[in-house]
Design a protein around this ligand. Structure first.
Ligand SMILES: [Zn+2]
Length: 401
């Protein structure tokens, strides 16, 4: 194993050459013949300056380690560097039972030299940049708005107008050209994730909004040069309804005024009840999930939940239904502690308790309290609907039109 390095000198300076060969010289046992401090003392130079002098014009090169890209041999600047590699090569030679250089070269992990590593990094950056640009171009082409908008601002119905204004209020930029991704909103757009998805899908399929071509690349899946499943919580949006006024800002102002001054109330009136029920249902569901979660009760909204809550909506406000949920949650947790049934039945038990209580309250004319919003702050959609359109607390009251 004496030949794992070779010496190369590029100077005629005899003293330098002498120090160089003495520094790297091995004895019969393969150990370094002379100690560095002794050498340094002899030449009246520090160990550091000694290495500096010989490394300036001479090289100790590995015969085993070479850059897989340019083939340049690894250069040792000190004995300790060489010792580390000798140890590693010793283990490998022992493991593979061979000291043949060509064999060791093939089984050892070869590393790139610093220049090649730098080149590779630059090339990787260029490749990544190219890939990013290709993806951006793909998104731009895919989501370019070619088709004519199908809905003019004056034809947007109540529900969609509230959805749109909510989305713009929370996420639009200064020019109303780009809407931030919903998952970056500070205030939640809707009480539940399901309603948020429904809002975005409704506006998207009616072409009132579309995906912004400058959306974050991570919001898309790229498969074989095509785009798959955009994540609607992570993409940015742009308004794409038909503008009939001077600018998009005029349109928004006009639409907000229409909502606020009930300008199109005759046209929208029939939608108020069903829209209130939709928002109220989502608010109750949000509250219900919050409390079930608090008690570690698993829950999946199903038909029974829908049936119970919607039947309560004719007689009770959202705040009253939430009060019943809170009150009956106590009964449910004591039922769970006493009877120890599977936690899955807990929601069903809770809903039955609420239904029974609601029937008794109606028959006996009991007053049901309103539960405060504390744990579930108002969403943007509910805020705009209650305060701009209904001009009443749609959480505590049922609108009558
Ligand atoms: Zn290289």
């Amino acid at each position: 194993m004496r030949d794992i390095f070779t010496l190369e000198a590029r100077t005629d300076d005899e003293l330098t050459l002498e120090i160089f060969y003495r520094y790297w010289k091995l004895n019969e046992e393969g150990e370094f013949s002379e100690k560095v401090p002794d050498l340094a003392k002899e030449y009246s130079i520090s160990s550091y300056d000694l290495r500096k002098r010989i490394n300036k014009h001479c090289s100790c090169l590995s015969t085993i380690f070479e850059c897989p890209r340019c083939g340049k041999h690894k250069r040792y600047l000190s004995r300790s560097e060489l010792k580390r590699d000798r140890q590693q090569i010793g283990w490998i030679a022992h493991k593979w039972k061979s000291t043949k250089i060509f064999y060791l070269k093939s089984v050892i992990d070869q590393e790139l030299c610093s220049k090649c590593r730098e080149k590779e990094n630059i090339e990787r950056e260029i490749r990544q940049e190219k890939l990013v640009n290709e993806k951006k171009e793909l998104i731009r082409k895919h989501y370019q708005v070619h088709e004519k908008p199908i809905i003019a601002s004056d034809r947007i119905d109540l529900q969609d107008a509230i959805y749109l204004i909510s989305l713009l209020r929370e996420g639009a930029d200064e020019e109303y050209q780009k809407i931030r991704p919903v998952n970056s909103f500070e205030n939640k757009l809707a009480p539940t994730k399901e309603l948020t998805i429904s809002i975005l899908n409704t506006l998207f399929y009616k072409k009132i909004i579309s995906i912004h071509p400058d959306s974050d690349l991570n919001a898309f899946e790229f498969v074989n040069g095509t785009i798959n499943n955009p994540d609607i919580f992570r993409v940015s949006w742009q308004p794409t309804f038909q503008i009939t006024r001077d600018s998009i800002i005029d349109e928004i102002i006009h639409l907000e005024k229409a909502l606020e001054n009930s300008e199109r109330i005759d046209e929208w009136l029939y939608q108020i009840d069903s829209f209130w029920k939709e928002i109220s249902y989502a608010e109750v569901l949000e509250f219900l999930i919050y409390w079930l979660d608090k008690h570690h009760i698993p829950y999946n909204p199903g038909k029974k939940t829908y049936k119970v809550i919607t039947s309560l909506q004719d007689n009770f406000s959202t705040a009253q239904i939430n009060f019943m949920i809170w009150a009956k949650m106590k009964d449910t947790t004591s039922f769970l502690t006493k009877e120890k049934p599977h936690k899955r039945v807990a929601t069903s038990y809770l809903l039955s308790c609420i239904e029974r209580h609601a029937d008794l309250a109606k028959t006996n004319g009991w007053k049901t309290n309103n539960f405060k919003r504390l744990s579930c702050p108002i969403s943007v959609v509910a805020d705009i609907f209650y305060n701009k359109v209904l001009k009443m607390d749609g959480y505590k009251k049922i609108p009558k039109y």
